[in-house]
Design a protein around this ligand. Structure first.
Ligand SMILES: C[S@@+](CC[C@H](N)C(=O)[O-])C[C@H]1O[C@@H](n2cnc3c(N)ncnc32)[C@H](O)[C@@H]1O
Length: 278
């Protein structure tokens, strides 16, 4: 598996951006969700010598974890459409011989028939794909018998909230969903995966949902704070939130953080493993 560009590369950009600020945010997000990611990979029984793909790998955080699990006799291919992330990943992990990266637009991918995988992992990627079923079907064809599709996606983003409730937070959360849909994405794409995998003839071998009560100062609290403070101004530019709503949201969030009680209810994150029959 070499690092090369797919001949069908389109010019559409990842709408949250591919700059250093977003790269740093993805790192914070990865750290906050690392424990639940690792427990899912353990459940998927990633083995030494296996060949895995990390779909929409970004800067390759999970690709690295997979490469440790498959060891020197295995292989991991990270694919993403953003050159900036792939360059970053290739340079950070240049000493890892079992890890390579390839630029592919997953809206319209082509895969080499020779590239067969024991597993495909995807975290926060199918929400960006209008053609997710078509892409997952192509990937299912690349899976070896007994191969696993392992995905983590929000299943009901609408339920993110502060407890006790805070109207300016609810307004912000609605703006997030509008911003995603205005860009052709579905923030709750996890709700479709069960049916899609069944239509593809895969067996659902594990199904779970992660939801947490994050208190101010927790990693998951910081994760949402970074996301919302970074993208608030962009949502205003996009017209899904007014500037005064953004300012009220930030003020209320900071004052909520000073309370003795109260928490952020995180959006339920589907953790699903679907297996190809032997
Ligand atoms: C929220 S980030 C998640 C990155 C990584 N999976 C993680 O969990 O750290 C979404 C990633 O999907 C990539 N992406 C979005 N649309 C894509 C597409 N059509 N084809 C390939 N990659 C895409 C973005 O460039 C970005 O790196």
């Amino acid at each position: 598996m070499s690092s090369r560009k797919s001949g069908h590369m389109k010019k559409s950009r990842y709408f949250l951006g591919a700059d250093n600020t977003e790269l740093a945010r993805l790192r914070v997000q990865h750290e906050a969700f690392l424990p639940t990611t690792m427990s899912l990979l353990k459940q998927a029984k990633v083995k030494k010598g296996e060949c895995w793909m990390d779909l929409g790998c970004g800067p390759g955080f999970v690709s690295l974890e997979l490469s440790k699990m498959v060891g020197p006799t295995g292989k991991v291919l990270g694919v993403d459409k953003e050159e900036k992330y792939l360059r970053e990943a290739a340079s950070t992990f240049r000493r890892k011989n079992n890890l390579s990266f390839r630029q592919i637009d997953l809206e319209n991918p082509t895969f080499d028939k020779k590239d067969r995988f024991d597993g495909v992992f995807g975290r926060w990627i199918t929400l960006f794909l209008a053609n997710r079923e078509k892409t997952l079907r192509l990937l299912a064809n690349q899976l070896k018998a007994g191969g696993r599709m392992v995905f983590m996606e929000y299943v009901n983003f609408r339920s993110i909230s502060l407890v006790p409730p805070e109207p300016s937070f609810d307004r912000f959360a609605t703006a997030v969903q509008s911003a995603y849909s205005a860009n052709g994405c579905d923030s709750s794409a996890g709700q479709f995966l069960l049916d899609i995998f069944q239509r593809l003839g895969l067996s659902i071998t594990s199904l779970d949902v992660m939801v947490a009560a994050a208190k101010p100062g927790d990693d998951l609290w910081t994760w949402f704070e970074e996301f919302s403070f970074q993208f608030g101004p962009k949502f205003v530019e996009q017209g899904v939130l007014s500037e005064s709503e953004r300012q009220t949201y930030e003020r209320d969030w900071k004052s909520f953080a000073g309370r003795k009680t109260g928490f952020l209810l995180t959006p339920p994150l589907l953790k699903i493993i679907a297996t190809k029959k032997k």
